[in-house]
Design a protein around this ligand. Structure first.
Ligand SMILES: Cc1ncc(COP(=O)(O)O)c(C=O)c1O
Length: 381
């Protein structure tokens, strides 16, 4: 068995006939981009999150880039963000000419960015804070929102992992000034590529609509319908548009999200029951089961466990695992440009984290097989 053909993959798509029909609907409509599917997805996503505006874009990364742009991040700006995240969280800051300033995580149990560490990193140059809801577990939004308000800086949620998760009853992605979702293949809403920006700020929304499409004041559909004959370009824009096929897939996936997240929580409960008995493994985010969407299932290995050896053993048994994340501040590109110290907790977790398979449709027997495999491993060391 090898990684390319695992018996139990890290993630599996929850696709069926509805997705197939959605794609055919678009093909038959003969309208491939920025049309009715996008408008409907935006409306449905805004209603789901409870925000005034949802704007579809080509990826989570482009969502983050635009969020930084409208928050006013530019050359000379600093943006405080976590390092225990995917590189795009920090790279989106760098695209604008700004500097990511990495802050450590909260604790060995809460791997989201620490409010106290964020506060320490604020300077007169800080333009924004970007938080990332690791694995779909909420950051400490109350404390972090208070810091952003105190310093009058923007709070951006990297909610790539978080569709459907809540924080004290409120949807993640509806708390900060702007939030960014990813619809990449392995996300809870999977369309291959795609993303969404949410905001309650009318001015941000108006700017995003323009700069996601070359800075143009009217779209192809307006001109097609005779609403507009020409256009002006009022800002430096990009082609960060989503297309109709991805939007149609997104609508089906959004419709399945709540039930899918419920199934993930049940799977997580089964994992937790079994893992409680294992000496070499700890479970983070105690008490957050009810509000998390379990985008993935992370565990923490004790110092005595050789992670590489365990991953190889599981791979031999057909179980795919992963690591979330190699810290961004330690990549050679980022280290050179933004040397960072004071990241002990991030480094500890990054060195000991292991992600187990989690997806809608994972079977009880598959989880039991993983638990048996882990039990076998730990009884032999
Ligand atoms: C935390 C986080 N932020 C941003 C992204 C970027 O999203 P995308 O791949 O859609 O560009 C990802 C994932 O891919 C992610 O995991």
């Amino acid at each position: 068995m090898n990684d390319s053909n695992p018996v139990i993959p890290l993630f599996d798509l929850d696709y069926g006939p509805e997705e197939e029909q959605a794609v055919l609907r678009v093909l038959h409509s003969k309208w491939l981009t920025m049309g009715e599917e996008i408008a409907a997805l935006e409306q449905e996503f805004a209603a789901f999150c409870g925000v005034r505006h949802a704007l579809a874009v080509s990826s989570g990364t482009t969502a983050l880039h635009l969020a930084n742009v409208v928050a006013g991040v530019k050359q000379g700006s600093e943006v405080v963000c976590p390092s225990l995240t995917f590189a795009a969280t920090a790279n989106a800051v760098i695209y604008t000419g700004g500097t990511p300033v990495f802050a450590d995580i909260a604790s060995a149990d809460d791997w989201t960015v620490s409010p106290a560490k964020i506060a320490e990193k604020i300077t007169p140059r800080t333009k924004a804070i970007v938080v990332m809801h690791y694995g779909g577990f909420a950051c400490r939004m109350e404390e972090i929102s208070a810091i952003a308000r105190l310093h009058k800086i923007a709070l951006i949620e990297d909610a790539a992992h978080a569709p459907g998760s809540t924080y004290r009853g409120k949807k993640l992605g509806a708390i900060g000034d702007i939030s960014c979702f990813s619809f990449f293949s392995n996300k809870n809403i999977s369309t291959g590529e795609g993303g969404m920006i949410c905001t309650n700020n009318d001015d941000y929304a108006a700017q995003i609509k323009i700069i996601r499409s070359h800075g143009m004041t009217s779209g192809t559909v307006d001109r097609h319908r005779g609403h507009s004959f020409s256009y002006d370009i009022t800002a430096l824009g990009y082609n960060y548009r989503l297309d109709e096929i991805h939007a149609a897939l997104g609508r089906v996936q959004l419709g399945k999200l709540t039930e899918g997240n419920r199934q993930r929580r049940l799977a997580a409960r089964r994992y937790k029951e079994g893992l409680k008995k294992l000496p070499g493994i700890k479970l983070p985010f105690a008490d957050r089961e009810a509000e998390a969407n379990y985008h993935f299932f992370p565990v923490l290995l004790d110092d005595a466990v050789n992670r590489q050896d365990l991953m190889s053993y599981l791979r031999r048994r057909g179980i795919q695992t992963s690591i979330h994340y190699p810290p961004v501040h330690n990549f050679s590109f980022h280290r050179q440009l933004f040397p960072t110290s004071d990241m002990q907790l991030t480094e500890h977790i990054a060195g000991h984290e292991l992600t187990l398979p989690m997806f809608v449709g994972i079977k009880d027997e598959q989880i039991d097989f993983i638990l048996d495999s882990l039990t076998g491993y730990f009884s032999n060391i």
